[in-house]
Design a protein around this ligand. Structure first.
Ligand SMILES: Cc1cc2nc3c(=O)[nH]c(=O)nc-3n(C[C@H](O)[C@H](O)[C@H](O)COP(=O)(O)O)c2cc1C
Length: 372
């Protein structure tokens, strides 16, 4: 439905990934390397899907990853996502590239919200936004470390995303046919204000960052391990490091004060040809799993994917595109539907496996990995 509802340039921004999209494909096919070892003829009245993540109870082990620019996909954007996540009893991680004010997102939320940090606008802008996030009750900070520059998303390049977002009105003319072919999206986009900014990132003396400046500002303000002592001074809650793909980086994250890591390759949107998240999950669990919680994302589309990741040691998984497709299709209701589908999938999978709860999942429910 998202494919039908969105102009191509917007849909492919969501759906696409970096360069040859090898990591994007690997994120999916990695799940095929594992098969289940079910325990049949086990009777279960109910399966318990609950777990805790950093002490917060979630109704099932699926969190909503930070996905930037969702207000362009659907005008309800981050507010709709926060509503649906809270109603489903799980956590939403609000991206730095949010199109809605973080205070408004918090006001709409009924569950815990975490804040994802990029240093767009430098330390001064970040300090201001972190103080606001802490003040309104964001309960954890997710620092993304895999984005020193934006990856080369060739579909965006070919579609002319940069030209569409530019300030030159003439550059938008070639897009008219695809925009006019999606009148529902177009009307809502203009009723919503038309020219997206990142309202939470205020550059002193210059105001909010326009969406089209994000790439350039990212390249000027990459996060490094040296930033963590400053981050710990300005953020007093738990810190999670997102974008870990090796045991070494996971250990570094622990050394710099992380209480959890997200094994992630950014949904294949950054460095192409890095391994699938699921592939490196066991290495990271082996390195730091006894000290901190390990989360993972990348390629989760079905309940069986969620269950396999948990069997391999993830505390919970994050989904990105899976809920963003839902948002694009039907706003808040679409995100709710995507979560419902996944929840029903996880429950059915546990029953078919003969496993009473998410807490009881472990490697004994999987056959050893076979080469593809
Ligand atoms: C359109 C889009 C925008 C994203 N924006 C961000 C972002 O601003 N910050 C971030 O840490 N990750 C971002 N991600 C990565 C997601 O947090 C997550 O790692 C990824 O989507 C997981 O893969 P999946 O889409 O296969 O579930 C984005 C992903 C997509 C698809």
């Amino acid at each position: 439905m998202a494919h039908k509802r969105l102009p191509r340039v917007v849909y492919e921004f969501l759906d696409g990934a970096a360069e040859d999209e090898m990591t994007l494909a690997a994120n999916r096919s990695a799940f095929d390397a594992y098969t289940f070892r079910p325990r049949h003829a086990v009777s279960m009245a109910q399966c318990d899907l609950r777990t805790t993540v950093l002490g917060s109870e979630v109704s099932f082990p699926v969190l909503l990853a930070p996905v930037g620019c969702t207000r362009v996909m659907h005008h309800e954007g981050e507010i709709g996502i926060a509503r649906a996540a809270g109603a489903a009893g799980t956590i939403y991680i609000l991206p730095t590239a949010s199109g809605h004010l973080l205070e408004d997102v918090m006001a709409a939320a009924s569950g815990p919200l975490w804040y994802q940090l990029y240093l767009i606008g430098g330390r001064e802008a970040a300090e201001a936004v972190l103080a606001r996030a802490e003040n309104v009750g964001f309960s954890a900070l997710v620092v993304t470390i895999d984005t020193p520059v934006a990856g080369m998303r060739e579909r965006d390049f070919r579609n002319g995303l940069k030209e569409l977002a530019s300030r030159n009105p003439l550059a938008k003319i070639p897009f008219l046919p695809q925009l006019l072919a999606h009148p529902g999206w177009l009307v809502n986009f203009f009723l919503d204000g038309g020219a997206p900014t990142l309202p939470n990132i205020i550059i002193p003396g210059r105001g909010p960052v326009p969406l089209l400046d994000v790439g350039a500002s990212l390249a000027r303000s990459a996060v490094t391990w040296n930033d963590f002592s400053w981050i710990r001074q300005v953020w007093h809650g738990p810190i999670i490091v997102k974008g870990v793909l090796t045991g070494d980086d996971a250990r570094r994250a622990v050394d710099h004060g992380a209480v959890a890591v997200v094994v992630s390759n950014h949904g294949g949107r950054q460095l192409d040809s890095v391994p699938a998240s699921l592939e490196v999950l066991p290495e990271v669990v082996e390195a730091v799993g006894s000290q901190i919680e390990v989360l993972m994302d990348g390629g989760i589309r079905r309940g069986t994917d969620v269950v396999k990741a948990i069997c391999l040691g993830a505390r919970a998984v994050l989904i990105g595109r899976a809920y963003a497709y839902g948002l694009s299709a039907a706003g808040t209701a679409g995100v709710a539907r995507a979560l419902e589908i996944l929840r029903a999938d996880v429950e059915r999978t546990l029953r078919l496996l003969g496993c009473p709860s998410v807490a009881a999942l472990d490697g004994s429910y999987l056959n050893p990995k076979h080469s593809q």
